[in-house]
Write a protein of this length. Sequence first.
Length: 395
Amino acid sequence: MANDLPVLICGAGLGGVAAALALAQKGCCVRVLEAAQEPGVIGYGIQLGPNVFRMFRALGVEEAVLSHSHFPPDVLMLDALSGEEVTRVHTGQAFRDRFGDPYVAIHRVDLHRCLLDACKLNANIEISASSECIGFEDDGARVRVSLQDGRVIDGCALIGADGLGSMTRAALSREAAPNPIGYVAHRAVLPWDEAPKSARRDEVILWAGPAYHIVQYPLRAKSLFNVVAVFKTENPHERAGPQAYRDVLMRTYAGAHPAMLEMLELMDTGRRWVIADRDPIRHWSQGRATLLGDAAHPTLQSLAQGAGMAIEDAVVLAECVSQANLDFERAFIRYQRTRAARTARVMLESRALWEVYHLAGAARLERNAAWEARTRGETYERLAWLYDGIGAGAR
Ligand SMILES: Cc1cc2nc3c(=O)[nH]c(=O)nc-3n(C[C@H](O)[C@H](O)[C@H](O)COP(=O)(O)OP(=O)(O)OC[C@H]3O[C@@H](n4cnc5c(N)ncnc54)[C@H](O)[C@@H]3O)c2cc1C
């Protein structure tokens, strides 16, 4: 495939760079426009399921990603009040045997670097930093993107990979901002030796409590400890200083297990993340423009699949463009049709799971009893729709 004008991608997040790589490997010229001065510098952990490794293989970055990954033996859910184990997903050999690929935790910077390094080796890709897109026009033959600094860039098509607050989505649909769900997050990544001794464990651990949770796991060969505290608050958009945020954190988790309280001391209260999603939609392509990743289907973090879905999108999108022989309108319709049901399921199941994680009172005890009774095989089968991933047929 050869296109005279480049395919423009707004946003060099994980979805944007994966899409650049996937399209370039199909022979497309691509230009990625990123608002930040440097792409991919946000440094926290991320979990990836076996479905995403199939995509890494297609993109030629599997070995690089594996070399930076931590392989947890299990993903555990612990009750935040009693400390008891609620459920365990074995992610060792039995998991690999069932799903064909591993479950990993990786530093987001490392993952981004793997994708960016592969982009650098591909002459079809240009990544332009400090290039904030503020609008675009589609005249049927090309798209014309306006940047904040006054430049205008022409392309043969536009992919909005600009995240939760997507400018591209706002321009396409004029819909309201994403729904904040009343929860916020504080995160921290610190040297392994600075984590509390009891917290230094190989597993991914989710501590589930009434209207709050904590997720912890190691990164970079256990040299780093990653932790995120997520909780409901009356004022998710409140802007306050680190001490005021810390006070709210301590009040919220006052009844939590002592092991969780120790981890709260470590949280970075300099930055707060407002948790939000949107309702699923079926149509996110119009003419020569489409959306990808969080711009198209932002999801809550309960299944840890937001980035995974963005990377799946990238591979499917490139396949659709290649099959439609650069007829972007046709390719984008086919792409959204292929992706809508799966991504909507991730969004809706993540919302349902979010409620289950945060149950209180008798409902919490009922959940614990039901989940404790699950066998390993049952747990795997409940996850199969997600981790079996998208086969060649689905593409
Ligand atoms: C606390 C937390 C934990 C998470 N854990 C996981 C996990 O374990 N596993 C998982 O798979 N996912 C996880 N996610 C979700 C995941 O981070 C996102 O789904 C994923 O990063 C989406 O990628 P994206 O490329 O679509 O968007 P983003 O990563 O948001 O990237 C968008 C890019 O576009 C740029 N941009 C924005 N606007 C413009 C503009 N106008 N012009 C140019 N550039 C622009 C931004 O600077 C950014 O670089 C988590 C999210 C949170 C908040």
